[in-house]
Design a protein around this ligand. Structure first.
Ligand code: MLT
Length: 261
């Protein structure tokens, strides 16, 4: 893994391929490895910058973080790599929440958006309370209960146990401080439906047919609300599109980005 000094932390990242840059923002509690199958398949056409967010993977954890921290980290990361022009930005789930914040704070750095298995709405008060309680519990007990409760919702029921176990291990390796900070940040995130009108970047929304966390009807709200946005539903998979259907995901994303770059 490479490391970049960003806003007081070390940000670990992978950098694969050559061509127009795609900045990849993983979900919770995942890591940059979410994007490796896509990067492998499209490395001849694009350069994939895949950081571990603050507190995830091999990046430094801090006790607190906000959506604006994650978005500002990404902007500073691009600056640290001396990337001046706008880049394509792709985020899955929490990564999508961060992409909305990135567009609000750093619009000039975003050329096109891929919103994968994500949603624009904020948490209900009940969901926010649940996350805040879970954040305290994670700090006291570790991540196992979060991983156990999320796993059935992350993958389609017939996903291979090898894939599921690989991701359980990645999730369990997350620093509890990083996970707790992200849960608090998600609990207080803004409602991004009010950002739709400000999105002028070409946008594609992608979702797994059986995504149990951010289902297709929730994806459709973004595709209907963002001018010119398109929606792709990948059959027979769940919330983890890039790893559950790596060929289909890469081909859909590749086709969308090829047309723009
Ligand atoms: C994710 O996959 O990033 C999380 O499930 C998002 C969330 O909990 O809202």
């Amino acid at each position: 893994m490479r490391k970049a000094a960003v806003r007081g932390i070390e940000m670990a990242y992978d950098d694969v391929g050559a061509g127009p840059i795609v900045l990849c923002v993983h979900g919770f509690p995942l890591s940059h490895r979410l994007w490796l199958p896509t990067a492998e398949r499209l490395s001849k056409s694009f350069r994939f910058l895949m950081p571990d967010l603050r507190g995830f993977g091999d990046s430094t954890a801090t006790a607190d973080a906000s959506m604006s921290d994650y978005a500002d980290d990404l902007a500073a990361f691009l600056d640290a790599l001396r990337i001046d022009g706008p880049v394509d930005v792709m985020g899955l789930s929490m990564g999508g929440y961060i992409v909305f914040e990135f567009v609000r704070r750093h619009a000039a750095k975003a050329k096109a958006l891929v919103l994968a298995d994500t949603q624009a709405g904020s948490d209900t008060p009940e969901k926010a309370k649940f996350r805040l309680d879970a954040a305290d519990k994670v700090l006291a007990e570790g991540l196992r209960f979060v991983v156990d409760s999320m796993t059935p919702n992350l993958f389609a029921p017939d996903a291979s146990s090898m894939l599921v176990n690989e991701w359980r291990d990645i999730m369990l390796a997350t620093d509890p401080r990083g996970a707790a900070a992200a849960m608090r940040a998600m609990a207080s995130r803004a409602d991004s439906t009010t950002t739709f009108a400000a999105i002028h970047q070409p946008t594609m929304v992608v979702v797994g047919e059986h995504d149990a966390i951010t289902p297709p009807d929730v994806a459709r709200v973004m595709a209907d609300g963002i001018a010119g946005a398109t929606l792709e539903v990948i059959p027979a998979i769940g919330h983890m599109s890039p790893v559950e259907a790596p060929d289909a995901y890469a081909s859909i994303v590749g086709e969308f980005l090829e047309k723009l770059n």
